[in-house]
Ligand binder design. Structure first.
Ligand code: NDP
Length: 285
């Protein structure tokens, strides 16, 4: 039987509709409208598309959006000055700095400058520390979306074997941490892993986040597994595909998220959710 599709687009729409209601309730009750600052440096076309989609989703849900488009020649000092202003701005509850930043800018220093209370992406070391210790404030958006997608299958995470492909700070590591906190037994695989296909075959839950087009083949997937495809890869013919070889894996997995229409829309929904949570904390005082 073919896998059931995990419809990230539909799930994200439901979540955004609920968020829109929560925002109006918050505004009515407290006068606080959640505000997100979006900072984009340079003209990277993929980043520009992501930022445009994020802004559109914010507008539709009723968030206040404050966008800052800086030229690719922007200096570290200019960016840090802007972040300091946004940290102090009471209308702003979340700050998103779109990565990657141009080479003259130290990305980690910029992420460290964002107030941990406004760190809607959850990339500040303070928030990473809280995530690791199991007491998260902001959970990074893509990993948070991945967990919501796994939960949407109705499959219990506790006690399962989970394999995460990729160990980046923004996807692989936080996904692994979130799964571990939900009592999965987690293996993280990366470019130096020996017998990666064998590891994958043991996974009840397989999360692919390596950025290699159609890398996960059907013979790497356990029958009936939950497979979440985080990868976004553009093929030479222009098609957008994930890290999972979708068609053959569909006949092997129990649940499978598509690309596009899977993790991408959920990431945006979680950004909105994080900003609303931050504004709610401020409103409660
Ligand atoms: P990174 O490039 O930061 O990390 C990739 C990871 O994959 C590294 O840990 C690397 O291993 C590992 N890796 C690379 N090649 C292989 C291989 N052949 N075998 C095993 N492991 C490998 O990527 P990100 O985590 O930032 O992103 C991963 C993918 O997810 C990308 O396609 C990206 O576009 C997508 N993405 C999608 C998002 C969404 O909203 N849908 C959001 C963020 C990312 P090593 O550490 O050893 O080098």
């Amino acid at each position: 039987m073919p896998a059931q599709l995990i419809d990230g687009k539909g799930l994200a729409l439901e979540i955004r509709q609920k968020i829109a209601q929560d925002i109006e309730a918050l505004v009515q009750k407290t006068g606080v409208r959640p505000g997100l600052a979006v900072v984009l440096v340079g003209e990277d076309p993929a980043s520009a598309v992501y930022v445009r989609n994020k802004k559109k989703a914010c507008d539709t849900a009723g968030l206040y959006v404050d966008d800052h488009m800086l030229p690719s020649t922007a200096t570290q000092e200019e960016l840090l000055t802007l972040i300091a202003q946004l940290n102090a701005d009471p209308k702003i509850h979340g700050i998103l700095v779109q990565l990657p930043l141009p080479p003259q800018i130290d990305s980690q220093m910029v992420l460290n400058a964002v107030s941990p209370d406004k760190d809607a992406d959850g990339f500040h070391p303070y928030n990473i520390g809280r995530l690791v210790t199991g007491n998260p404030l902001f959970v990074p958006c893509t990993p948070k979306g991945v967990i919501r997608m796994i939960e949407s299958t109705g499959q219990v995470i506790e006690g399962k074997r989970a394999v995460v492909l990729g160990r980046s700070n923004i996807v692989g590591k936080p996904v692994a941490m979130l799964l571990m906190h939900r009592h999965a037994t987690v293996t993280i695989c990366h470019s130096r892993t020996k017998d990666l296909p064998g590891m994958c075959r043991e996974a009840d839950i397989l999360v692919a986040a390596i950025g290699k087009a159609e890398f996960v083949k059907a013979d790497m997937v356990k029958a009936g597994a939950v497979v979440i495809d985080v990868g976004i890869n553009r093929l030479d013919d222009g098609r957008l595909v994930g890290d999972v070889d979708f068609e053959p894996v569909k006949d092997q997995a129990g649940w499978l998220s598509p690309v596009p229409g899977g993790v991408g829309p959920m990431t945006i929904a979680m950004l909105l959710a994080n900003t609303v949570e931050a504004a709610t904390r401020v409103a409660k005082g």
